[in-house]
Design a protein around this ligand. Sequence first.
Ligand SMILES: [Fe+2]
Ligand SMILES: [Fe+2]
Length: 151
Amino acid sequence: MDIFEALLQSHQRQRSLCDRLLAGIGEHDERQKAFELLKTEMAAHETAEERAFYVPLIEHDDTVDPARHGIAEHHEMDEMVEDLDKTKEGSAEYLEALGKLVHKVHHHLEEEEQKFFPQARKVLPREKQQQLGKLYQDEHDRLYAKEEAAQ
Ligand SMILES: [Fe+2]
Ligand SMILES: [Fe+2]
């Protein structure tokens, strides 16, 4: 699996968790479960993606700006997740914050896939794409287990 296939798998997982989260509004347990899973997946994905995808892209002049932009968005999404955690479930603020987070996640994944992946394919040699896929997957799985254990 190359880096793009590995990242896409996690992106699809995040999209389906966002759907579950929106569908679960009003049902406390389902919504809570989907939120916990999304938080765990996002935390593992963001860090592993920064290490296996954005760091190598920072090394190239052509991709340093998109890499910076992507990392800044990770930080914004982390803050949105934290805010949502602190908001009273079911309140108007909560629903607004949830809608904003889901919108942001979709925007971020779309931008990575449509804009950054094609740029990255040009600067990362084929062999490197494979190698980074393995690095990403190992990091993702390790971080996911660590996040789960901390809950
Ligand atoms: Fe990302
Ligand atoms: Fe991503």
